[in-house]
Design a protein around this ligand. Structure first.
Ligand code: 5AD
Ligand code: SF4
Length: 439
């Protein structure tokens, strides 16, 4: 028998791409491919791309440039481009880069094995009628006790800056029964924590046994799965935070006290221009309701600075909102004009103004992040061990609040959920020691 062929996948962008990359690896696994971490030894290289900002898109072409040498050395090397750049640019990628053999969009990647078998240079950016998840082989857990599970894809919100409604298409929710099956399968393979993924995850409305279910019902049902200790979900839109989901944060111990709830801006004028369909005040009231249900919840958000038309006063309103909420974590970006989106037609804010605002915003949220971490020192928290640390006798995992924690634990095992006491806080993680050997 010949050696199995090797597949190298590079994943850019969001957690859904991480999930998709795993599913593509499984699809190619069924064709005899094994994954490798070493690009040079690959028979096939798959770049799972992100289109959200210009910089993310550009990475594809610089990586393809670097692959040229490898392809010269290994003429049979197959190069595939998947993900949102594949969806947005399609055949243009084949024209721009001669090393590329296959271009496959996020809704068509279950057809990857057929494309590879067919040979030649092919593009598939369809939104097929068949559900890719029902065609793909069953999940194989390779990444430890915390797994992603895509429950919803696409977006109908059409924020003026965002390519997602175009690259991922309209909102589609997976049926409840399939998700329960997938979750149970993951748990049977040792998974203890599942993060439900969707571009608009809290707009989930999948088919249940008695009509459409919202995310709250799905989460409540998943909480009944024996052995599933922790649930999270991301990313949510403020307008889709239904009452029962907020209530679930108060009464479901499995639902972790961390919520990524992007607001993008604190200025009503800019929120309107962004087509976010809510005000800053509505967001603040929502935060109050969430905190009433779960007082220790840690909130995180995305921010865009330098959106077309953003004035100093608009930016000041964003900074005020950040001070009012106090985020445990935040991701901030300079506005990037994306082809085909409404905002791309408008005059940009000067780059140096946007740069200065980004710096100012980032120093505020970094200070808030640090404060949230330091507030954990001395407290007892739970950590799910995901891997050994770099130092001997050390385990690394996430706390309920999604802080990375390094635990001094000689006997620690991957997949254990351990009570620890936080002893220190550094820039990106906490240090801790176990409080009991009971687990
Ligand atoms: N420019 C800058 N940031 C963007 N995001 C989405 N589109 C753009 C854009 N055109 C940010 C938003 C979103 C996150 C995933 O990426 O903040 O929440
Ligand atoms: Fe993009 Fe807005 Fe949809 Fe989020 S809600 S994916 S930012 S269009």
């Amino acid at each position: 028998m010949s050696d199995p062929k090797k597949l190298f996948i590079k994943t850019y962008g969001c957690q859904m791409n991480v999930y998709d990359s795993e599913r593509m690896a499984e699809a190619m696994g069924a064709e005899g491919y094994v994954t490798t971490e070493v690009q040079e030894e690959a028979d096939m290289v798959l770049l799972n791309t992100c289109h959200i900002r210009e910089k993310a898109s550009e990475k594809l072409y610089s990586d393809l440039g670097r692959l040229r040498a490898l392809k010269l050395e290994k003429p049979n090397l197959k190069v595939g481009v998947a993900g949102c750049v594949a969806q947005a640019e399609g055949a243009e990628i084949l024209r721009r880069s001669s090393v590329v053999d296959l271009v496959v969009g996020p809704q068509a990647y279950h057809r990857l094995p057929q494309m590879v078998a067919a040979g030649g240079r092919l593009v598939d950016t369809d939104f097929p009628v068949e559900d890719k998840f029902s065609v793909l082989p069953a999940r194989k857990v390779t990444r430890g006790p915390a797994a992603f599970l895509t429950v919803q894809e696409g977006c109908d919100k059409f924020c003026a800056f965002c390519v997602v409604p175009y690259t991922r298409g309209a909102e589609v929710s997976r049926p409840v029964a399939r998700l329960l099956d997938e979750a149970r399968g993951l748990v049977a393979q040792g998974v203890r924590e599942i993060t439900l993924l969707g571009q608009n995850v809290n707009a989930y409305h999948g088919e249940g046994p008695d009509g459409a279910w919202g995310l709250a019902r799905l989460v409540r049902e998943l909480a009944l799965v024996e052995g599933l200790e922790r649930l999270r979900y991301t990313t949510s839109h403020p307008n889709d935070m239904e009452d029962d989901l907020i209530a679930a944060h108060g009464d479901l111990p499995q639902l972790m006290p961390y919520l990524h709830l992007p607001v993008q801006s604190g200025s009503d004028r800019i929120l309107k221009a962004m087509n976010r369909k809510h005000t800053a005040d509505a967001y603040l009231r929502l935060v109050d309701r969430i905190r009433a249900a779960r007082p220790d919840i840690l909130l995180s958000s995305d921010f865009i600075v330098g959106f077309p038309g953003e004035t100093d006063a608009d930016f000041a309103a964003t900074m005020d909102l950040i001070r009012t909420v106090g985020f445990g974590m935040a991701f901030s970006f300079k506005y990037s004009a994306r082809p085909g989106t409404p905002a791309a037609e408008k005059d940009p804010v000067p780059a140096e103004v946007a740069d200065a605002r980004l710096q100012e915003l980032q120093s505020l949220v970094t200070a808030q992040q640090r404060a949230a971490q330091e507030a954990m020192v001395g407290r007892e928290v739970s950590v799910l061990y995901e891997k050994p640390g770099r130092l001997p006798g050390q385990m690394v995992g996430k706390s309920d609040h999604l802080h990375a924690v390094h635990v001094q634990d000689e006997a620690g095992r991957i997949g254990q959920l351990v009570r620890v006491r936080v002893s220190g806080s550094s820039s990106n993680s906490l240090a801790a020691v176990p409080v009991s050997a009971a687990h």
